[in-house]
Ligand binder design. Structure first.
Ligand SMILES: [Zn+2]
Length: 160
């Protein structure tokens, strides 16, 4: 049940994803697909539904023993920010330094509609920010300055 991950230039990655309203079997299937696809590759720490072509506000994460999913997440970011290398499964193999908040409190629902809160710092906080961005059609290159972004896109989307 793993599925192909959409590439950086796919328009579905630019759409603002819709909130989930039905906490039904379809949603649970989606969470399962996201989780299996994330776990199918080494070093994969997160995945958002638009990356499988599904425009819904759902993400999964797994890092250092912490793993789970969030539906309709809202993030509260710490003012303290740090820079670290970051990558996107939609642009495999390209790592780029990016400043993000060090701590995140994410509130949302699980696939049964129950409220959940996830507090994270460091890499996991970065993963949650990255995946939540995907739900708003934001790619991590959008956070780079123009000249950096050009270099990033040249690396992420090699001409064929
Ligand atoms: Zn990504």
């Amino acid at each position: 049940m793993t599925e192909p991950i959409r590439r950086f230039d796919d328009p579905v990655l630019r759409a603002v994803a819709a909130p989930v309203r039905d906490f039904d079997r379809e949603l649970r299937r989606l969470v399962k697909s996201l989780t299996l696809t994330m776990r199918a590759g080494a070093g994969r720490a997160g995945l958002a539904a638009p990356q499988l072509g599904v425009p819904l506000r759902v993400l999964v994460y797994a890092y250092d023993g912490a793993s789970g999913h969030l539906v309709n997440p809202r993030l509260e970011l710490s003012p303290r920010r740090i820079t670290a290398d970051e990558a996107c499964l939609s642009a495999p193999g390209v790592w780029w330094p990016l400043e993000r908040s060090y701590m995140v409190t994410a509130r949302g629902r699980d696939m049964f509609g129950k409220s959940v809160t996830v507090r994270a710092l460091g890499v996991l906080a970065r993963v949650l920010q990255h995946e939540a961005d995907h739900l708003d059609g934001v790619l991590f290159s959008d956070h780079l300055e123009a000249s950096e972004r050009e270099r990033f896109l040249a690396a992420a989307l090699p001409s064929e």
